[in-house]
Design a protein around this ligand. Structure first.
Ligand SMILES: NC(=O)C1=CN([C@@H]2O[C@H](COP(=O)(O)OP(=O)(O)OC[C@H]3O[C@@H](n4cnc5c(N)ncnc54)[C@H](O)[C@@H]3O)[C@@H](O)[C@H]2O)C=CC1
Ligand SMILES: O=C(O)C(=O)COP(=O)(O)O
Length: 411
């Protein structure tokens, strides 16, 4: 295994929220043995203490990497979201501190899509209330309000990876698929693009939400949008809790305007199994409540563990930022005969010439150089032939350039 400037076994990997053991195995196999593993999200104070000396952190949807937490993590050089969503991390703050953030953009897509499809069927058959009644000893054997999904219209809001999978699966059951997205999208199968969100809402028997958490999607389904939905229709939310105005949803379910809902994500979610789940939907029989398990299958978690650990290891070993969500992407070859310098800097005029000036010394040869920038930061990788001492000295000089955010040396 090639050496890194900092021995792998000294780099602290903080893994939170019970990420899959496949991640631990991947780190260990790559020589990263200093792993601190927690099977739940840590309370704020414990998180601050645990992250203080961590070099890499792996988390899922609950842990909030706020400005304060990132500020506390003085040694942190990479973040892995072992999930799809990255809204729990202050991505700009991380970028400006030279910290790339990685995720697993597809590994739990199918798991969410399968759950949503199952929920559409259960809701159309009014199973949530019949199930709840049976648990209480009541026998609601009746066809009232129960329908097949075949021939019904599924409205998909957010036609990305999950939305398109849901659409393909729904068509295989004979559903008609409508979608709404802010981007222009390739229509799969016979799916049709709705003219507007309201057009989709008023034409769908079941509406399912698959948008990310952004400022624009906060409360995008509020009282007015729910009123635009068909009387007796259903709403499914397995995206993010703040996409739906939960009080407006509860009111529509109570009034009977909506016949049912399936909700997997909530504005306030318990941080651990011990904390009580509080929601205005709790006492409604016509709601299927699940504890944010859309992506929680054995298959998805095992794949996510491997995928995100591999991205963190590759960045740590080789500097590659391919598929980072907040960072200039640089795909790098190996560097078997060179020492590799990583220089992350503010994207200001003249930076590259200052970097190259430092590297223009008689005792070194530049074997390769890779640069990528975005609006605010630049990431340059320089492979050099030089002694260990010369490379260390160049690293120090690079670190002293005004506007430098972070430097690393990989032997
Ligand atoms: N319940 C769970 O356990 C899980 C929840 N998720 C959530 O699902 C979300 C979607 O995941 P993917 O489909 O993989 O993401 P994606 O990025 O592939 O698709 C999201 C789509 O939403 C569209 N969009 C964004 N803003 C919009 C707006 N204001 N109006 C309409 N469309 C908009 C985008 O253009 C994109 O096509 C994730 O961001 C995550 O929050 C993901 C996995 C598991
Ligand atoms: O992948 C996502 O975005 C999810 O919401 C899944 O979150 P989780 O890993 O189950 O906390």
């Amino acid at each position: 295994m090639p050496k890194t400037s900092f021995p792998r076994e000294d780099l602290k990997i903080l893994l939170l929220e019970g990420v899959s053991p496949t991640a631990v195995e991947a780190f260990q196999a790559a020589g990263y043995t200093r792993i601190e593993y927690h099977d739940k999200a840590l309370p704020h104070d414990e998180l601050l203490a645990a992250i203080e000396d961590a070099h890499m952190v792996g988390l899922r949807s609950r842990t909030q990497l706020t400005d304060e937490v990132i500020g506390q993590a003085r040694r942190l050089f990479a973040v892995g979201c072992f999930c799809i969503g990255t809204n729990q991390v202050q991505l700009d703050t991380a970028r400006l501190r030279g910290i790339p953030v990685f995720n697993a953009p597809y590994s739990n897509t199918r798991s969410v899509a399968e759950l949503v499809l199952a929920e559409a069927i259960l809701l159309m058959r009014r199973i949530p209330e019949r199930n709840a009644a049976a648990h209480r000893g009541d026998w609601l054997k009746s066809a009232d309000g129960s329908y097949e999904v075949r021939g019904k219209t599924l409205g998909i809001v957010g036609y990305g990876h999950i939305g398109t999978q849901v659409g393909v699966l729904a068509e295989s059951l004979g559903m008609r698929v409508l979608y709404h997205d802010i981007e222009s999208k390739l229509m799969l199968g016979n799916a049709q693009c709705a003219d507007s969100l309201n057009a989709l809402l008023s034409a769908s028997d079941v509406v399912t939400l698959h948008v990310p958490q952004t400022p624009e999607t906060a409360n995008m389904i509020g009282a007015a949008e729910i009123a635009a939905m068909r009387p007796g229709s259903m709403l499914i939310n397995a995206s993010r809790g703040n996409v739906v105005d939960i009080d407006a949803l509860a009111a529509a379910l109570r009034s009977g305007h909506l016949a049912g809902a399936a909700v997997d994500v909530f504005p306030r979610e318990p941080k651990s199994k011990g904390e009580e789940f509080v929601s205005p939907l709790r006492d409604l029989d016509n709601v299927l409540l699940t504890p944010h398990v859309g992506g929680s299958t054995q298959e998805a978690q095992a794949n996510i563990g491997q995928e995100v650990a591999a991205k963190l290891i590759r960045y740590s070993d080789n500097g590659s930022t391919l598929s980072a969500v907040n960072f200039p992407e640089v795909a790098l070859p190996g560097h078997p005969d060179s020492r590799r310098l990583l220089h992350i800097h503010r994207n200001v005029p003249g930076m590259l010439s200052r970097v190259n000036e430092v590297c223009s010394r008689d005792d070194i040869n530049i074997d390769g150089q890779y640069l990528q920038t975005d609006g605010e930061i630049g990431y340059v990788v320089i492979d050099i032939s030089a002694t260990e001492a010369a490379a260390e000295s160049i690293k120090e000089q690079l670190a002293a350039i005004d506007g430098t955010l972070r430097t690393r040396l990989l032997y």
